[in-house]
Design a protein around this ligand. Structure first.
Ligand code: PEP
Length: 251
């Protein structure tokens, strides 16, 4: 059985004070919540403080990105080992904002995926189509090429310790959500792509949906057979809203 995962991507938001309050709210609210894995991904500079504030609460810590090199003269970058040292178990790779705004290619993303796993971090690989691509009916081709580029580079076995998030770019931060049926269609296609390489790994692979998930639409999305939780942006900045989404995913 795939344990659902709900991951909060806090992006470049917060202050030390607001992050502390948000972390306390999430950590207190997960008490007694079973059947879902809860993850928060704060900005790098707050990782250690969030780790300390989580304490023994069942909330996992992740980062929003990493650099591929192990260390050295890479001004401004952060290595996988540093993330582990700060308490991270997960790291997001290939978020559409990084693909679009920072020029990340499938090749870079595959190298980040590998660097994460070499340090026992679980990568959350993001894939997703733009509105133009959806309107041109190329959603599955785009998703396929993003997924297959990484799978070709790292091998399907690597996906036994990874998560994939389908995030339609047109639904991120827009308030527009893929319908449960639209999301399920892509998730089923992603699982089928993985199954062509390994049926066992595909069956166990957690596929998250991301794109304007809120407490009000989470349950119908998570009820879909191939949606195993969510990657949550805006709604993860409010502890009560995020916790309601976590509860909607719990099995
Ligand atoms: C995201 O950026 O990963 C995301 C899903 O954002 P939002 O929930 O705000 O659409």
């Amino acid at each position: 059985m795939r344990t659902p995962l709900v991951a909060g991507n806090w992006k470049m938001n917060g202050t030390r004070a607001s992050v502390a309050a948000l972390t306390q709210g999430v950590a207190a609210g997960v008490a007694g919540l079973e059947g879902v894995e809860v993850l928060v991904c704060p900005p790098y500079v707050y990782l250690a403080e969030v780790a300390a504030a989580i304490g023994t609460a069942p909330v996992r810590l992740g980062a929003q990105d990493l650099y591929t090199a192990a260390g050295g003269a890479y001004t401004g970058e952060i290595s996988a080992a540093m993330l582990v040292d700060s308490g991270c178990a997960y790291v997001i790779v290939g978020h559409s904002e990084r693909r679009a705004l920072l020029g990340e290619t499938d090749g870079t993303i595959a190298r980040k995926f590998m660097a994460a796993q070499e340090n026992n971090l679980i990568p959350i690989l993001c894939v997703g189509e733009t509105l133009d691509e959806r309107q041109a009916d190329s959603t599955l081709a785009v998703i396929g090429s993003q997924f297959n580029a990484v799978a070709d580079a790292v091998g399907i076995e690597a996906f036994s310790q990874a998560v994939v998030a389908y995030e339609p770019v047109w639904a991120i931060g827009t308030g527009e959500t893929a319908s449960p049926e639209q999301a399920q269609e892509v998730h089923a296609a992603l699982r089928a792509m993985a199954a062509k390489r390994s049926a066992k790994i595909a069956a166990d692979l957690r596929l998250l949906y991301g794109g304007s998930v809120k407490a009000g639409n989470a349950a119908e999305l998570f009820a879909m057979p191939d949606i195993d939780g969510g990657l949550i942006g805006g709604a993860s900045l409010d502890a009560d809203e995020f916790l309601a989404i976590c509860r909607a995913a719990a099995v």
